[in-house]
Design a protein around this ligand. Sequence first.
Ligand code: NAD
Length: 490
Amino acid sequence: LATNLDRLGGLLERFRRDGVMNLIGGETVPAQSGATFDNASPVDESHICAVAKSGAADVDAAARAAKAVFPAWRDMGGTERKKILHRIADGIVARAEEIALCECWDTGQALRFMSKAALRGAENFRFFADRAPGARDGQVLPSDTLMNLTTRVPIGPVGVITPWNTPFMLSTWKIAPALAAGCTVVHKPAEFSPLTARLLAEIAQEAGLPDGVWNLVNGFGEDAGRALTEHPDIRAIAFVGESRTGSMIMKQGADTLKRVHFELGGKNPVVVFGDADLDRALDAAIFMIYSLNGERCTSSSRLLVESSVAAGFVAKLTERVKRIKVGHPLDPATEVGPLIHKTHFDKVCSYFETARSEGATIAAGGARVGDTGWYVAPTLFTGAQNDMKIAQEEIFGPVLTAITFEDEAEALQIANDIPYGLTAYVWTNDLTRALRFTDRLEAGMIWVNSENVRHLPTPFGGVKASGIGRDGGDWSFDFYMETKHIGLAT
Ligand code: NAD
């Protein structure tokens, strides 16, 4: 911990001195109004740096820069774009430790997970780099009188709006395919975690990405974010965040007919049948809710466990939850760090009272840890019913709600009885049941006898209030590109 803190101290000096400013057309610039806001660490509420508080004029400058350079970037060969994107990945790998340390301090996420998240960001760039040369691939569909060509072209400058949970990895996940497709980008990162978005844009600049292809505009959702979604030169918005913000963005973008891609909230079930490998299921259920502070869209925040095995399973779970190590995010032993900010901490803590008033049991946690920083104890609610708020609402912290079910039909009914549909996890050794059950589950992504393991060629996205559209593989290009038909008379 001491070594990491020492190293971090050196890394933060530049942010203290220069703040986190915008990057527009290759120039580091403050907000045109000169306004800034304070960025504080969730670890101890200490000031990290000032951040540019951008408004519509800054977004306009960034959108113009992205528009001006779009034709050149679009027309650059995919092979050339591939080389640049690989150089960005190299830059991420070279600075992975710096990224991880800054991200932990900015977000409260534990270092043991963030070191991997930085490298996963590099993988995202490599994956889409390799696909850049084929991004325009189409088909020939001859008819009696026409040679019909179907091809793809990049849609134009796009806006990318990202949240504060794993901000680095999520930014790479959206920006890498946009660049590979030939789009230019204006990125508005979350106001609560601006450090690594700035590092990422710098890495891209150092990798030789032409000025204006990637612009960074900091600020709040209601002004900078809103202006981006309303800007006429921005052709599409890739957004990751809360479901209700997605709904606002859809309204804001209506006048300019924005194409939208939404990765939104979740309240994902992990369904454990009595015939499953219960030890593996226990490990996975714990990992999927108590890693990344539970501030994870794909977390398994509802445990549905078959009544025949529930008592033993929940007893073991309770013991394990009580032993999870809460601590400083830069301590390599820490599993759960502080939540992102006071408002979110207050929201998460409010569910402890909600659980009591709804008649559930707090089997573990249910309290603040320490009196500095936004730490909460890993929490387990048991004896819950699916109509309780603790079972229906996205808490977005290290909080698991356990519900029992009698049979497969009831498990399915509970699993689907929720506004969300991002992921689901199913544990059973009955293959027929797995096929039947997953076919009927309302979720965009389902893992059977596994925690969430991302394979980049597969589709990523949610149904119902959890999202619109898919990322990953070629699906990302469906969003960032237009499909074009050309019919030639033969
Ligand atoms: P949020 O919706 O509050 O903010 C996300 C981003 O939107 C921020 O950059 C914010 O400034 C911006 N924003 C806010 N209001 C806006 C507006 N009116 N117009 C334009 N931009 C606006 O979300 P958050 O609290 O930062 O992130 C947590 C949420 O993100 C959770 O609900 C989580 O489930 C979700 N999430 C989903 C996925 C997924 O893949 N489905 C991944 C990560 C996070």
